[in-house]
Structure formats: C-alpha cells, structure tokens
Design a protein around this ligand. Structure first.
Ligand SMILES: CC[C@@H](C(=O)O)C(=O)SCCNC(=O)CCNC(=O)[C@H](O)C(C)(C)COP(=O)(O)OP(=O)(O)OC[C@H]1O[C@@H](n2cnc3c(N)ncnc32)[C@H](O)[C@@H]1OP(=O)(O)O
Ligand SMILES: [Co+2]
Length: 134
C-alpha cells in the first residue's frame, strides 16, 4: 500500500533561483541539498508538514529532468509516495499492469530506495515509490 505523499518533484532550470523563490513562498529555508549522480540531478529539499518539495535541476543533457524541460515548462515532474516495503509494492503494481521503469529498487535522494512507474501506465503522471533506508 502507498502511504504518505512523500514528495512532489519539481523540475527547474535554475536551482538557485527556484530555491530563492520557494524559500520566500514557503517561509522557510531548505533542509538539504544533494547531488544524485546516478540520476544526473542536483536536488534541494523543503519539508512541508509530513511531505516535501524536491526541486530538481539536470546536471547533464541526458538527465530525465533536462529532457523533460526540453519539451515542457518548469513545474511538477513527478509525485512520490512512501511505501513500507518497496519490493512488495513493485510486485503488486506490476501484477496490476503498471509499467515499472526499474526492475530493482535504486538509491534515490534523502536516504531512500526508489522505483519509478511510467506515466503512460499511471494516468499521465510519473510516480515514484520511496522506502526509507538508513
Ligand atoms: C533525485 C533522485 C530521485 C528521488 O530520490 O527523488 C528523483 O526524483 S530522480 C528524478 C529524475 N529521474 C527520473 O525521472 C527517472 C524516471 N524517468 C524516466 O525514466 C524518463 O524520464 C521517462 C518517464 C521514461 C520518460 O523518458 P523518455 O521516454 O525518454 O522521454 P520522452 O520525452 O520521450 O517522453 C515519453 C512520453 O512520456 C511523457 N513524459 C515524460 N516525462 C514525463 C513526466 N515527468 N510526467 C508525465 N509525462 C512524462 C512524455 O510527454 C512523452 O509522452 P508523449 O509525448 O505522449 O509520447
Ligand atoms: Co523524486
């Protein structure tokens, strides 16, 4: 079962400018910045109640974020849900006919194991599953 809305991933061109904007909008500074080499992204995280805003900028033209921004304006890129057991959820979603974008959980940002669900099988929304790891 998907539990909490873990984060909203927002694709941005200019991470510094977006960080300044969201700091003013949310009335608080980010709690973390992290480079995730495997996804070719730089991230900035804000805590908003029990959920987070994840700002993402691509660090290479091959990054999913850079490719997204070639075609679409800045804004919501993906919706991430927390799960207790990511492998069990991947098995369940696959059996339900969803298309998983990775066969095994992979390391994401902010101490998570993650798996993406293709937007074509999820109503046009890129979905990320997140399980906390130490
Ligand atoms: C920081 C780590 C991690 C975390 O811990 O939180 C992250 O969040 S990393 C975030 C970046 N990484 C990813 O997004 C990985 C998963 N994404 C992918 O594998 C690809 O982006 C994709 C979803 C498979 C799309 O890639 P591709 O097929 O190469 O792109 P196209 O431009 O050809 O698009 C095909 C089709 O899909 C639509 N699309 C693409 N991205 C999105 C999106 N984010 N939301 C909704 N729809 C999306 C795109 O519009 C195309 O549709 P059609 O034009 O109708 O064919
Ligand atoms: Co994410």
């Amino acid at each position: 079962m998907l539990t909490n809305l873990e984060h909203l991933g927002l694709a941005v061109h200019d991470l510094a400018a977006a960080t300044a904007l969201y700091t003013r909008l949310l009335g608080q500074a980010p709690y973390k910045t992290e480079h995730v080499a495997s996804e070719a992204v730089d991230t900035v995280f804000f805590q908003v109640g029990g959920s987070k805003i994840e700002l993402l900028a691509g660090t290479s033209p091959d990054s999913a974020i850079s490719k997204f921004l070639e075609k679409k304006p800045e804004g919501i890129h993906h919706v991430a849900f927390e799960v207790d057991d990511i492998v069990a959820e991947m098995v369940r979603l696959k059996a339900e006919g969803f298309i998983l974008l990775n066969e095994q959980p992979k390391r994401g940002a902010d101490n998570k194991l993650v798996c993406f669900v293709h937007p074509k099988s999820a109503g046009g929304v890129l979905v990320e599953l997140c399980q906390s790891v130490l």
